[in-house]
Every structure is written in structure tokens, then in C-alpha cells.
Design a protein around this ligand. Sequence first.
Ligand SMILES: C[S@@+](CC[C@H](N)C(=O)[O-])C[C@H]1O[C@@H](n2cnc3c(N)ncnc32)[C@H](O)[C@@H]1O
Length: 280
Amino acid sequence: MDESPVKEDERFSFARFAGHPFFKQVNAWLVSHSQIDADSAVVDLACGPGAVTELILGELDETLPGACVYAVDPSLSALALARQRIRSRVVHFVQGTAERLATLVPQVDRVVFANAVHLIADKATVFDQIFRSLRPGGVLAFNTTFFQGAYPAGTQRFYKLWVLRAMRWLVSQGHTVTHGAKATAMQWLTVEQYREVLRSVGFADPVVAMHEKPLSAESLQDIGSFSLFIEGALPGVPLEIGAEALRRGVEEAFEELKLANVPRNWLQVVVQRPLNPTAG
Ligand SMILES: C[S@@+](CC[C@H](N)C(=O)[O-])C[C@H]1O[C@@H](n2cnc3c(N)ncnc32)[C@H](O)[C@@H]1O
């Protein structure tokens, strides 16, 4: 029997990885430091299946006029999952990309942009769109674990072995991997490059924090079953097969390297649109 579209989408959605406690911790830190007031208007940019939308809602008093969330994502399947998960009259789901944000939402007090900035090829355009979408004095909070500095010393060998073992399994099963194919844009910037691009569009100096979290084999297998991750790691490989290759790859790499977990850094950034344009 065919699976329903939502069930099928769930298999390759971000929701499984987003269910791990460390993921909630990094996002809870980000949301709590974005200084959301009970009556704020907030954009949850790249909301995905809605884990961060829930955290934002926790900061709002839904009975107050003004309190609202615009949950924006280009993926209809992610929005469908988020809609299923969140029932609130103050959440408005909007299909669209960060590159067009200022045309999709009215000006707001806060923009939370969790775990997606690395997917953006043209970061200057997106930060400029976010700047325009914020009222003067408004705050942007974003985080990512795909930046130069994400791998604590000694952990890089795990990632190399993971992909090598996944590829070996694919080849043993007669599958081909398209070398050089460029799937999802995965731009890993340094912290300094982030500072520079934020400054260039007019933001004030950011508050920057780094949080290290231990990733279990299970959590890595869960990120390895997320469609955008599979497309980035194994371009051209069908999702079903790619997820299985990455699952086996984690298992083998953990065994060979005798790992209990793999520590990983999250970059957390909170930055303000200055009240006075000349003050930035
Ligand atoms: C890893 S998920 C993060 C979801 C959520 N923010 C969280 O932290 O749980 C990344 C999301 O970015 C979205 N995305 C990809 N390209 C985008 C773009 N150009 N503009 C806005 N969102 C984008 C994807 O559809 C996906 O839902």
C-alpha cells in the first residue's frame, strides 16, 4: 500500500534529528537570547517542521495584541508537518525563501533563523532581506553547525570515514555516486566572515557564542536521513538508498574508531538592527 505523502515526507524530514535533547538545548539558548517579548511579532525563518516555532511560541502571550509568528519555509512538505504539529491562531505559515523575506512578511520585532543559514548561497542578500524585515531596534538570532570551526580537534577523521564507508557500501550494492555534482549549497563561513557580512548590510556588532554538543551515533543517523543532508553528502543518490548508506557508514565508523559520541560545535549569533541608522 502507498504511504501517504506526509508519512513519506516524515521519513526524510528534519524532525527526527530535531527531537534530540541537545538540539532543543542549542535552539532554546538561541530563542531565549533573542529577547522576545510577550507581545513580539517574530519571524521563524526556515521553520522546517516547527521545532523552533514551538520554542518561540513559548515566549509569547498569545492573548496579547501584536503577538504573532510568521513561520516561513520554501518546503511545502516541511510546512505540512509544522502545521500538523502547531495549532495556534497566532502562527501564520508562509511558503517562500529567505532571499525574498521582506516581500513575504510585514516588519517584525525579531527574526529567528535556526540551522539553515549554511544552506544559503547568497548570504549578503538574505541578511539584507532580514535587516529590511526587522523594525529599527529589532533583533536577529541565528545558529548553525556548518561553519569553519564546527569540528572540534580530532573529529574530522570521523566525517571522512563516515562518507568513505557509505560510499563503499553504495559501490558494493552496484550504485554510482556522481562526483562533482553540486546539490544544496553548503557554504561554511568563518565567524569573521559572518561578522563582516552582517556589518556590510548595516547590523550592529553581534554577540557570538559557541556551544559544543556530543552527537550520538543515533543522532548522526537521524541527520543522515534528512533529505537535504543526503543530497549534500551523496549527490545524485536516491534518498532511500542514501539514508541507508549513511546509516551503515555511521555504524562502521563508530566501530572502527571506537567512538561513544562525536562532539560538534554550534555557532550562535544574536545581532541588532540599530535604532539609529548612523549608529551602526
Ligand atoms: C535543517 S532545517 C531547520 C529547520 C528549523 N529551523 C529547525 O532548526 O528545526 C533547514 C530548513 O531550511 C529550509 N530552507 C532551505 N533553503 C531555504 C531558503 N533559501 N530560504 C528559507 N529556508 C530555506 C529547508 O526547507 C529546511 O526546512
